[in-house]
Design a protein around this ligand. Structure first.
Ligand code: PBG
Length: 327
């Protein structure tokens, strides 16, 4: 059966107009969630060495970023804190401080641009002196004691004006506990974006230096997932939806697109992928060496997330990509 020459797939690739017409996947600024790092250091802006083009910013700069997001059509910002090491302890107590860095940043951003959704990371690692996402006892990360703290942290973030709680800690049962506390306290419209399938990944390296998390004692393999597993990711997602998550996330991004596709196909819930710090750093490093066209690779990767089934992408590239998309 000779398809050729009746079928010539190159016909629909032959001109820009026909490529535009047959394109299956469309990326817009609305697909992007801008991940930013706020800092309580004296400088308004500090470059992050391992992530060229990104900065740690002051609360005032975060307010400007919120306006920039609004103007670029970026729907939401996810905020991560870099705090003074002197504020850290075993239980990450500073995470609960109602006047803490994240709470001040949330208020400033909501005042500056109320139209932009603010997503807060619910996790203790920026605040603990051992760099783990939970309370540590005899080298073990305690699940239930940590969940109690995460509930308090989440409520404090919501009271500061945060729209979406995004627990990134991977403790069991935290989504249900947080949802229950939100319902009980009357915060019935607060969204939960669960880091449902979060892997124990080497790709987080530059982030840990960006937020100045303490030198990690051991690793996170007793709570973050084994990169070799996929069925387990579906169980994690099923559990989090059952417990009250509105949206779920897969993290890291590009090496885990098969998980994004499986999750989207199995559950049909809003599904996001996090293009993490190491993915950003690899693209920027190769681009700076002239080995790849950084802008082209950036746009290609963002399109691939959508093609795989993601409803949106958390990315440090968000403002740069949105600017290109708006041209
Ligand atoms: C931890 C957390 C991490 C990131 C976001 N939240 C790192 C980790 O689990 O060690 C990584 C983000 C990135 O690499 O860009 N709560």
């Amino acid at each position: 059966m000779a398809l050729f020459p009746n079928t010539r797939l190159r016909r629909t690739r032959s001109q820009p107009w026909i490529r535009d017409l047959v394109r299956e996947t469309h990326l817009t600024p609305h697909d992007l969630i801008w991940t930013i790092v706020v800092s309580d250091s004296a400088d308004p802006i500090e470059p992050v060495e391992a992530m060229p083009g990104t900065v740690r910013m002051s609360v005032a700069e975060a307010a400007k970023a919120a306006k920039r997001a609004r103007d670029l059509g970026i729907p939401a910002i996810a905020v991560f804190p870099h705090i003074d090491p002197s504020l850290k302890d075993n239980a990450g107590t500073e995470a609960l401080n109602r006047d803490g860095l994240v709470m001040r940043a949330v208020k400033a951003m909501k005042d500056a641009a109320p139209e932009v959704g603010i997503i807060c990371d619910v996790a203790l690692d920026p605040f603990t002196d051992h760099g783990h996402d939970g309370v540590m006892e005899d080298g073990v990360i305690l699940n239930d004691a940590t969940v109690d703290l995460l509930v308090q942290q989440g409520l404090a973030q919501v009271e500061a004006g945060c729209d979406v709680l995004a627990p990134s800690d991977m403790m069991d049962g935290r989504i249900g506990a947080i949802r229950g506390a939100l319902e009980e306290s009357g915060h019935t419209d607060t969204l939960i974006l669960s880091y449902a399938a979060k892997y124990a990944s080497g790709f987080y390296g530059p982030y840990r230096s960006a937020i100045g998390s303490a030198k990690l004692q051991g690793d996170k393999k007793t709570y973050q997932m084994d990169p070799a597993n996929t069925d387990e990711a579906l169980r994690e997602v099923a559990m989090d939806i059952e417990e009250g998550a509105d949206m779920v996330m897969v993290k890291p991004g590009l090496p885990y697109l098969d998980i994004v596709t499986r999750v989207k196909e199995a559950f049909g819930v809003p599904t996001y992928a996090f293009q993490v710090s190491g993915e950003y750093a690899m693209i920027m490093a190769a681009a700076q060496n002239g080995w790849i066209d950084g802008e082209r690779v950036m746009m290609e990767t963002l399109t691939c997330f959508k093609r795989a089934g993601a409803d949106g992408i958390l990315t440090y590239f968000a403002p740069v990509a949105a600017e290109i998309l708006g041209e």
